[in-house]
Design a protein around this ligand. Structure first.
Ligand SMILES: O=C(O)CCC(=O)C(=O)O
Length: 289
């Protein structure tokens, strides 16, 4: 069972402060109101590190063709980065990552189900990620287990909420990753825009990690309640549905994430999908689809 974060660094509005430890909460349901960080070292069940297994089994895959749940792992604007480093395959990426290649782009959203399904049998989810009604391969569109590999200093990109009110489970396998999180109610102050992807919600923000303290350019940020936490190797993190988030890899990082649907959020997930039909029709009517 996850235990709530024992400290949260609020760097809101330039005034860093550490909030008091939260009292342990008794039910899983209540745990899902706040991000929860916990120790977890049993995720990877192979004797070799995950990157070694990926290199041996999937080293031939081209990094520019790796699919992810939300788009391509290698975004078009990063292609030049790989080309200049002569990185074409997963094996070349891993070698460059381990050699500490400068400017190696963050390899995000590698879909376990679509690209590296054999890894699944070595992954053991923590109890905090259960029950999960969307972890089956055929529900990949919702659950989408993924791997992320990034050099120190690489950043995820735009602040966002994951689709349709799913919870998110993260496991850190190597390194230290900083998360910046905003509670769901901060949404109206986060410079959102509506996605054309079904269910067409306002779950993306224009803001990237570097914008989050730029109050001159983004004055509405003064009304928000950001939290910062660092996830370390051997820890898991449960981010409840609808929390806004983005990341920075503080050191070289390897991590895993999966989206979670169960009795605590199924109502919200279905509601978002039903509402999405209306939003899609409206966007089509306005010629924005
Ligand atoms: O692992 C990361 O860097 C961020 C991943 C993320 O934000 C997501 O999968 O929604």
């Amino acid at each position: 069972m996850a235990t709530p974060m024992d400290h949260v660094l609020d760097y809101a509005h330039g005034r860093a402060s550490v909030t008091a430890p939260r009292q342990a909460r008794s039910t899983g349901q209540r745990l899902l109101e706040q991000p929860a960080i916990f120790d977890y070292q049993d995720f990877w069940q192979h004797t070799l590190p995950m990157l070694d297994v990926i290199r041996a089994r999937y080293g031939h895959l081209r990094v520019d063709q790796l699919g992810g749940s939300y788009g391509w792992s290698v975004r078009n604007d990063e292609r030049h980065g790989y080309n200049s480093l002569a990185v074409k395959t997963m094996a070349e990426y891993i070698d460059a990552f381990r050699a500490g290649a400068a400017d190696l782009p963050y390899l995000r959203h590698i879909s376990v189900n679509r690209c590296m399904p054999a890894l699944r049998s070595y992954m053991r989810h923590p109890a905090a990620f259960e029950p999960n009604w969307v972890s089956a391969r055929w529900l990949d569109r919702l659950g989408g287990p993924e791997i992320f590999v990034g050099r120190a200093g690489t950043k995820f990109g735009c602040l966002h909420q994951d689709h349709a009110s799913v919870h998110i489970g993260f496991v850190q396998l190597q390194g230290e990753k900083e998360f910046v999180l905003f509670p769901p109610d901060d949404g109206p102050h986060l410079y959102r825009w509506r996605s054309r992807q079904f269910p067409c919600q306002q779950r993306n923000s224009w803001l990237t990690y570097d914008d989050l303290t730029d109050y001159g350019r983004y004055p509405l940020l003064r009304r928000t309640h950001p939290r910062r936490l660092v996830l370390r190797a051997g820890q898991g993190l449960l981010v409840p549905a609808d929390w806004w988030h983005t990341t920075l890899n503080l050191t070289d990082c390897v991590s895993y994430s999966i989206r979670i649907v169960n009795g605590s959020n199924i109502g919200r997930v279905l509601k978002q999908h039903i509402k999405g039909i209306g939003r899609k029709i409206e966007m089509r009517r306005q010629g924005r689809d």
